[in-house]
Design a protein. Structure first.
Length: 430
């Protein structure tokens, strides 16, 4: 279903897109290795608001109100992290400035987005219809990938147990933990939790939208599964630290589980693949694509793509075991050779055999490029760690390569799922 311009629910995907962009900027700028000056962080945050306000104006033609609606949604979502700025480090309570910061931040975001929307609406690209659900799904996909990267940084920095309790953070409500105390490993772990909350809300909002607007029952059920997976994923992340449900803050009461850490890491990438499938089937291209009976047979590509997804899943499990337990490296490397052969075959066929079928060809090209990058990253990761667990604090180079290797693996899985889904949409089986 492609919504009409009159459907003002466009504010939700626009607002989530704005919030995800702002959170991503803030996360990168606050990384211990970056620590951008406050003025630069502010400029980049305002630029993200202005950009999305411009999108609202160009795509809706509603003038200032489109940006204001999207900005309001983003400002409300930003309350999840604004509490970290408004909590006293010494008392743990609120600060007097909160009375100004809360309404002030909302007014700034809403006002700037409205101004940008007003300016951009003069060159509006509105054509009567816009796939807002597809936009929301793409935002969810990007947010999910960013969460995988953030999770990879937690593991690479050996920060999975930097925060000793859950769902609180050192006994403080997760959304009120002072920013000044988010240093070192605590920053990586706590920021990962916050971003997970945003991804969870994004997924829930997407599922509600699909149940409200989409007539495909199987898609609504798939979105419900995605909500279930993201909830389970969050719980697994917490239990990985505590070993059980408890509000205790004493390390002696915790039973950290490496097995749950592996399960948490793998399920996160499964979730990414699931959201990738939803993004494909809600895209405008999917809705206007020719039905399978109008296309020729896909030959053995369906089977080959399914095998690739399955082998990638096994490889991701082995990679998680290696990262968390420093075991299974030889098997991981051996299977990598198999993955490369299958991925190259799948990518080359998609790129070279389906002329004129744009999504298939583009995904084939991306798959080939991603495999090349992943092989290089795998070799680099092996070189900098010598195939063993890092002794002492890992270097920035080790963290960067290891996280990029893990994130590219997740990207490969998402690409493979998208390609398999598109092939089943456009081509008949044998």
């Amino acid at each position: 279903m492609v919504e009409t311009q009159a459907d003002r629910s466009y504010a939700v995907p626009l607002g989530f897109g704005m919030a995800v962009s702002m959170w991503a900027v803030a996360y990168v700028c606050r990384l211990p290795a970056v620590m951008a000056p406050p003025w630069l962080l502010l400029v980049l945050l305002l630029a993200a608001v202005a950009w999305w306000g411009g999108v609202a104006g160009r795509w809706t033609g509603d003038g200032w109100s489109a940006g204001a609606r999207g900005g309001l949604v983003a400002a409300i979502l930003n309350m999840l992290i604004l509490g970290s700025l408004l909590t006293s480090t010494s008392t743990g309570g609120g600060t007097p400035s909160a009375l100004l910061w809360v309404p002030g931040s909302i007014l700034v975001v809403v006002g700037l987005a409205a101004v940008a929307s007003t300016v951009a609406s003069r060159g509006s690209l509105v054509g009567g219809e816009r796939n807002w659900t597809g936009l929301h799904a793409k935002v969810a996909l990007i947010a999910s990938f960013l969460l995988v990267v953030a999770g990879g940084l937690v593991t690479s920095n050996e920060a999975g147990l930097a925060v000793v309790d859950w769902p609180n953070t050192f006994g403080t409500n997760m959304f009120l933990f002072p920013l000044s105390r988010m240093t070192g490993g605590v920053y990586f772990e706590h920021a990962h939790r916050l971003f997970g909350a945003l991804v969870g809300l994004t997924t829930i909002a997407l599922a509600l939208r699909l149940w409200r607007t989409n007539e495909r029952r199987w898609l609504r059920r798939l979105a419900t599964v995605a909500v279930g997976v993201v909830v389970v994923q969050g719980v697994l992340g917490g239990l990985r630290v505590t070993g059980g449900f408890t509000f205790s803050t004493a390390e002696a009461d915790m039973a950290p589980s490496v097995a749950l850490a592996v399960a948490h890491g793998v399920l996160g990438q499964v979730f990414l693949g699931l959201v990738a499938a939803i993004a494909v089937v809600t895209s405008k291209g999917w809705l206007v694509a020719l039905p399978p009976e109008r296309r020729r047979s896909a030959g053995g590509d369906r089977t080959l793509q399914t095998i690739l997804v399955a082998v990638l899943m096994v490889q991701l499990v082995l990679g998680a075991v290696q990262r968390h337990m420093a075991q299974g490296l030889i098997i991981h490397i051996s299977l990598a050779a198999v993955v490369v052969v299958i991925a190259v075959a799948v990518g080359a066929r998609a790129w070279g055999l389906y002329h004129g079928v744009r999504p298939i060809q583009q995904l084939g090209q991306l798959l080939m490029a991603a495999v090349t990058v992943q092989v290089a990253l795998g070799i680099a990761a092996l070189a900098v760690t010598q195939g063993r667990a890092v002794v002492g604090a890992p270097s920035i180079l080790e963290v960067t390569i290891a996280t990029a290797h893990q994130a590219t693996g997740a990207f490969l899985l998402a690409l493979s799922v998208a390609l398999a889904v598109w092939t089943r949409r456009l081509f008949q089986p044998d």
